[in-house]
Design a protein around this ligand. Sequence first.
Ligand code: FAD
Length: 400
Amino acid sequence: MNPTRADALLKLEQFLPLAGISYAEGRNFVPGVVSGLSPYVRHRFITEPEIVGEVLKRHSLQETEKFIQEICWRTYWKGWLEMRPAVWSNYLRDLDVLRASMASDYDLTARVAAAEQGLTGIDCLDAWACELRSTGWLHNHVRMWFASIWIHTLGLPWQLGADFFMRHLLDGDPASNTLSWRWVCGLQTQGKVYLATAGNIERFTNGLYSPHGLLAQEAPLIKESFTIHPLLPLSRPDQHVVGENTVLLVTEEDLLPEDWGIPQSDVSAIVLLHAAESYPGIGALPAAWKNKAIEETAARLEAGFQCPVHRLHLSEESPLANLHTLLQESGADSFSIMNPPVGPIRSLIEPMLSDLASNQVALRKLRRPWDEAFWPHATHGFFKLKERIPSVLTQLSLVA
Ligand SMILES: Cc1cc2nc3c(=O)[nH]c(=O)nc-3n(C[C@H](O)[C@H](O)[C@H](O)COP(=O)(O)OP(=O)(O)OC[C@H]3O[C@@H](n4cnc5c(N)ncnc54)[C@H](O)[C@@H]3O)c2cc1C
C-alpha cells in the first residue's frame, strides 16, 4: 500500500464492481468485502465525491446505498466534532491525566501493555493487536469488537484504547476514531452501548474466533456519564476569488490541492506543511506512511503545477517568517488553505494562521463543497444526515 494518488485510484477501480450488493452483504464479514480505501480518503488522496461519483457510474443509488452511507459516516463524524471541539480537547486532557496516573498505577500500566502487545490471553484480541501494530489497519467490525473487549471486558479506559489506535492506524482520524470509541462506550448515543458477543464474532469471522466466556454480556457502568455537548456554529469558509494570486498551504489533512477549485494560473507557489509528529507518540509505521505521503504529494505537485513547491517543517525555527518570505518572493496576494478539521494538525497550525491574519496577510480558509453541504446535518444522530444523502448528492450534482 503506497501513499499515492495513483494507488488510491487503482484501489477504487478494483473495488467498484463490488460496491453494490456484494458490499451490502459482505461488509460485516472479516475479511469480507470492503474497499480498504480509508488511509487514502483520510488524507484526501481521493475525495468522497470522487468515490461516490465513480460508484454511481456503475451502480444505482439504491444498489450502492449502504456503501455511500458508510462514506458519509466519516463526513458525519467530522462535522459532529467540528461543532463540538471540546470533545477532542477533553480526550487529550483525559489522556494526560491517565498517563500521569499510570506512572504510579502499575496494575493499569501492565494491563494496558498486555492489551497492546497481544498478551491478554483473549486470542482474537491478541491477534488483532498484533495485526494493528504490524499493518496499520483493522477491519471496521474488528475495530468495534476490539473497542468493546478493551472497554467492557478488560475494563480499560476508552481513551487509552483510542490512543493505541491513533498511534498505529494509517487512517488514524481524530473524529472517526474518538467518536467511534465513545460510541462503543455509550457516550455518543444516550442509552446505546456497543457490546461484542462471542456469537457475533464467531459468525462474522467465519468461525476463526469464538472467545467463549470471555466477553461481557452486559455493559459494566462506565464512570463517565452521557453529556450533551454545546453545539458551536460552523465557521463560514472563504472562497477563492478567481484572478487572485495565491500560495497554497497543503497539510496531510487534504493532499489534493488540484481539486480545491483554484485555477492553476492563480497558484504562485505551494507549501507542504509537514508535522514531524502529527499525533503524540505516533508509531513508526504511520509516521513513515505520512512522511512518504508528503514526499509523494510534493513530487506529484511539482510535476503537475508550473510553480515552486516547498516543504516547511512545522518544527523548524520561525516557520512564520519563512512563510512571509515565501509570500514576498512569490509575489502572491494571499495564502489559501483547506482548513484542517478539529485535530492535531489544526492545533499545530492554528497559531501560525492567526499570526498571519493579525499581520494583515490575506488568508483564505477554504472548505470542500462536500463538507459544506453535509456538515450542517451533523448536529444530532447519524439518521438526520443519512436522510439528507439523496438531496445533498443532487445538490452536489452527483445524481440527477
Ligand atoms: C473503534 C473504531 C475506531 C475507528 N477509527 C477510525 C480511524 O481512526 N480512522 C478512520 O478512517 N476510520 C476509523 N473507523 C471507521 C472504520 O472502521 C474505518 O474507516 C474502516 O474500517 C475503513 O475500512 P474501509 O476503507 O475498507 O471501509 P469501507 O467499508 O470500504 O467503507 C468505505 C469508506 O467509508 C468510510 N467508513 C466506513 N465505515 C466507517 C465508519 N464506521 N466510520 C467512519 N467512516 C467509515 C471510510 O472512509 C471508508 O474508507 C473506526 C471505527 C471504529 C469502530
